[in-house]
Design a binder for this molecule. Structure first.
Ligand code: SF4
Length: 553
């Protein structure tokens, strides 16, 4: 029997963990060599159809998520046209809670593996269908399901998911890993709240796995544990191990609950090397009534104290969700400003999705939710927020990406906020309206153009202190790399030929090389100390970024 496990990722840099766990499990407990076929939704469907055809499997097992569901459904309709005798099975959260409905709609699907996939897939490939648990199957016109599969109690049974070749080939991609399954919390919109039991891989096993990633010099390893910091002794032991084995190259990403840390954990985190750990923290809302309705009890004071202590060396991604119950446009502004004041590396502004099986999907009428009938099932309006308000927030999300998450406008945006806005939200709201009015959202933009728009916005608003603002904007512009050209607003201060001196001082071989790799610029405002005064800086562009040197050539 030839088995292909198909993973269709949302981006090229992602990898699919689920199919790798299943591959290892089939090999170890069924002596079945399943092949992995991996692609992304950005690839043309005929190409993947061709790859499946050329692999000629008897059994195709497809991992189905919210981002690939439509792609998968289109694909399964085509597969049997070219391989009529193939058996097609789907698994994953997008088909686990409505399996019968999906099989009724798509006759090409022979099986749906509902819930945890390893043991059910093994049974499906090695036993008679009557003895298989956790799988929906066809019996003539009827769809049957024997019983649910029991979860694997001892997760250490599941082999390490990646082969050595994959670790070498994919070391620059994002690799995923889990040290636990399940979440004890009960957030009403989240699929992970459906099964609230939590199971763990043993700490020894986790350490062994992490050593493999560290030795291979993986760039980013994302823990997919739903809430990593649940059991203090355990998570601290793993972190201490990571600190003892710091390799200066790998970044570890964790989804954590920001208010669960105590003093010992925070003091430890303050010592972690800069950029070694990255945290994703789901704040979602700061509105007390909303928190109560979605079953989240964030301790906002504690979260704030913790975040402020670790943000210097831990990269933080803070998440918000628009469209939650009782969260209107006005209350959302407060949630935004709370998160913004914590100055995380990134603010992820998400929109509520109504997912099958979740508590919130039972509360659609109560909240007067209207939402999309197809993935990503996003809310379009509710009793507390209108479609036009949500569209405005979508625009804000885009300008937030340009002017905050990109990290490219740190000084110029900070200057605007510090001088002209009391609430940070209002700047992004006005920027979003400015983009909308000028139809800038309708076209893709080069980086320089985004700088030009900020200048245009500033002048259109009639803000004073333009001379100072332009010095900050120039500084941000130079931090992006050696300018290919100078925009109209750019006030070039240094025109004299200084490259002979730079060659001497920095050991470049030629003037040309010095010209390509540096920029010497003067500022009529001290942009580093934020006060009146003069600064002359030499920007040196290297493989690892920009170095700034004080200069007086
Ligand atoms: S949102 Fe996070 S904390 Fe809440 S149930 Fe889902 S995984 Fe758990």
């Amino acid at each position: 029997m030839k088995v292909v496990l198909l993973g269709i990722n949302s981006k090229y840099v992602h990898t699919n963990l689920a199919i790798r766990y299943i591959r290892g499990y089939l090999k170890k407990y069924g002596n079945i060599e399943a092949a992995i076929l991996e692609t992304s939704i950005n690839n043309e469907l005929p190409e993947i159809l061709r790859d499946i055809y050329e692999a000629k499997p008897n059994f195709l097992i497809v991992s189905t998520y919210i981002w690939n569901k439509e792609y998968v459904f289109k694909l399964v309709k085509e597969v049997k046209k070219v391989l009529p005798f193939i058996k097609v099975a789907l698994g994953g959260p997008e088909v686990s809670y409505n399996s019968e409905e999906v099989m009724n709609e798509f006759f090409e699907i022979d099986y749906i593996i509902s819930g945890e996939g390893e043991e059910s897939t093994l049974q499906l490939l090695t036993k008679g269908i009557e003895d298989v648990f956790g799988v929906y199957y066809r019996d003539g016109d009827r769809i049957k399901h024997n019983d649910s599969q029991e979860s694997i109690c001892n997760l250490d049974k599941i082999p390490f998911p990646y082969t050595d070749e994959e670790l070498i080939e994919n070391k620059e991609k994002i690799l995923y890993y889990e040290s636990s399954r399940g979440c004890p919390f009960n957030c009403s919109y989240c699929m992970s709240s459906i099964d609230r039991s939590v199971r763990y891989f043993s700490v020894d096993r986790v350490k062994k796995d992490l050593k493999t990633f560290l030795d291979r010099g993986i760039k980013i390893l994302k823990f997919v544990d739903r809430t990593y910091n649940l059991k203090k002794e355990r998570y601290m032991e793993i972190w201490r191990y990571l600190l003892d084995n710091y390799n200066g190259h790998t970044t570890f990403h964790f989804e954590i609950s920001g208010d669960l840390f105590d003093e010992e954990a925070i003091s430890f985190l303050e010592k972690v090397p800069d950029g070694y750990f990255q945290f994703e923290v789901g704040v979602q809302t700061t509105n007390p009534s909303t928190m109560a309705l979605i079953n989240r009890k964030n301790d906002l004071e504690k979260l704030k104290d913790n975040v402020l202590r670790i943000k210097e060396n831990i990269h933080l991604h803070l998440d918000l969700i628009a469209g939650l119950p009782m969260e209107g446009y006005e209350t959302f502004k407060n949630s935004f400003d709370y998160v913004y004041a914590l100055e995380p590396e990134m603010i992820q502004l998400g929109f509520l999705k109504i997912l099958k099986g979740t508590q919130i999907s039972q509360e659609v009428d109560k909240n007067q939710y209207k939402y999309m009938n197809f993935p990503p099932y996003e809310v379009l309006s509710s009793s507390h927020i209108s479609y036009s308000e949500l569209l405005r927030l979508k625009n804000i999300e885009k300008v937030l990406d340009y002017y905050y998450n990109s990290g490219k406008f740190k000084k110029s945006v900070q200057f605007i906020l510090g001088n002209f806005y009391e609430k940070n939200f209002n700047l992004y709201e006005e920027l979003a309206d400015f983009f909308e009015k000028n139809a800038y959202f309708k076209v893709a933009h080069k980086q320089t153009v985004i700088f030009n728009y900020l200048y245009d916005f500033y002048t259109e608003k009639g803000f004073d202190k333009i001379d100072v603002f332009l010095e900050y904007l120039k500084y941000d512009y130079l931090m992006q790399g050696k300018p290919g050209f100078y925009p109209e607003w750019y006030r070039k201060d240094k025109n004299k030929d200084v490259y002979g001196e730079i060659v001497k001082n920095l050991n470049f071989k030629t003037n040309r090389e010095a010209y390509k790799k540096t920029e010497y610029e003067g500022f009529d405002y001290d942009i580093l100390l934020n006060r009146a005064g003069r600064r002359e800086l030499l920007f040196v562009y290297t493989k690892n970024g920009v170095e700034i040197k004080e200069s007086n050539l």
